[in-house]
Design a protein around this ligand. Structure first.
Ligand SMILES: [Zn+2]
Length: 355
């Protein structure tokens, strides 16, 4: 029987939670996805007055069963085996493991599941899981794109199985398409996957086109917004207002999970999008308002990419400010130097296909 207590289980104690898994021992020299992305973050969160206002949640190691809800035993055992041998490359695309990576990747998954527990039991309203390694490229049966296990997918399944949540919206604003999350829920009508990403020739992972809409029961529950290079703040906000929000309102999710990547910023070294920190801030505020409207405020941000460390730090600070209900957005870098690309033709195509 599905539990429905989460619908009214809010006890009035509103707080923002933080799960922190910096995974210091999962790191590789000269690799963009290394421990420095999170290891220096805490002094900044303290300096900006965030640590004193949020509640830290101690992450738990995910169990084998929690991983098996979204991955095959083959890929779980493969990561465990390579890690057990001291680590090494897991694929041809520079996805790596160290001797500690299996346990740290389980901790990242477990941290997200624990955050879901806090929100579903009414102990917290919203939160941010600052975890590594990232997860959204990890497919059901293979690691991919620096991702070992799919943190956000496991958190969604945990919310469904343990807390009886029936409809979950996963919104992915990392600049790369969340191929792993799409793969895991492609035939599922209980988890809508919506992705805003760059879709260009030779740009990783090379899928996420508008014709990928889900299959079988999941037909219509995958929503891809494939931006051209040069998309900026206006393009992202228009896509949210004109495509994502109407689809979300029609779906009526009870929980909002966000794959938060900060690599769509114009200063990021890995991509060619032109979002600013202000644009990220507006996007975040829209998502929080959407959660207030549809999900009783329940929204969990889960860190994915973001490789320019100053942008990543300010991006995270801005998300926390929004979660805490503050209006300020820090943007010391300003708008992209180029005029952004107009995406009106793309939006018209998407409206014709999706709405
Ligand atoms: Zn990315």
């Amino acid at each position: 029987m599905l539990r429905s207590s989460f619908i009214s289980g809010y006890n009035g104690y509103m707080s923002t939670i933080l799960t922190y898994v910096p995974a210091l021992a999962h790191t590789k020299q000269h690799h963009p996805e290394n421990h420095a992305r999170l290891s220096g973050l805490m002094p900044a969160l303290e300096m900006f007055g965030i640590l004193e206002e949020v509640t830290a949640v101690v992450p738990q190691l995910a169990t084998y069963d929690q991983l098996r809800r979204v991955h095959t035993s083959g890929v779980i055992d493969y990561v465990r085996q390579i890690s057990g041998q001291g680590g090494g490359l897991l694929d041809a695309g520079d996805t790596y493991a160290t001797a500690e990576s299996y346990d740290l990747a389980r901790l990242a998954v477990g941290g997200c599941c624990t955050a879901v527990d806090k929100m579903m039991t009414g102990e917290a309203k919203n939160g941010f899981a600052l975890v590594r390694p990232p997860g959204h490229h990890a497919e059901s049966d293979r690691v991919s794109g620096f991702c070992l296990f799919n943190n956000i997918a496991a958190a969604a399944r945990h919310a469904q199985i343990v807390h009886g949540v029936e409809r979950i919206l996963i919104l992915d604003f990392d600049v790369h398409h969340g191929n792993g999350t799409q793969d895991i829920f492609y035939e599922d009508d209980s988890v809508m996957f919506a992705s805003l990403h760059l879709y260009a020739r030779y740009f990783y992972p090379g899928i996420g086109g508008m014709y990928e809409v889900g299959t079988r029961m999941g037909h219509g529950y995958t929503l891809n917004v494939p931006f051209p290079a040069g998309v900026g703040d206006v393009g992202y906000l228009r896509a949210m207002q004109e495509i994502i929000m109407p689809k979300a309102r029609a779906f009526q999710p009870q929980l909002l999970l966000i794959s938060a990547g900060f690599d769509a910023h114009w200063r990021d070294p890995l991509a060619m999008a032109n979002l600013s920190l202000k644009g990220y801030g507006w996007l975040t505020q829209m998502l929080i308002e959407l959660a207030d409207e549809l999900c009783n405020g329940r929204i969990l941000f889960v860190l994915e990419g973001g490789y320019q460390l100053d942008v990543l730090t300010y991006g995270i600070i801005n998300v926390f400010y929004s979660l805490l209900g503050r209006d300020e957005i820090y943007d010391p870098f300003g708008a992209a130097p180029e005029i952004e690309k107009d995406i009106s033709p793309l939006l018209e195509q998407l409206k014709a296909r999706y709405l």
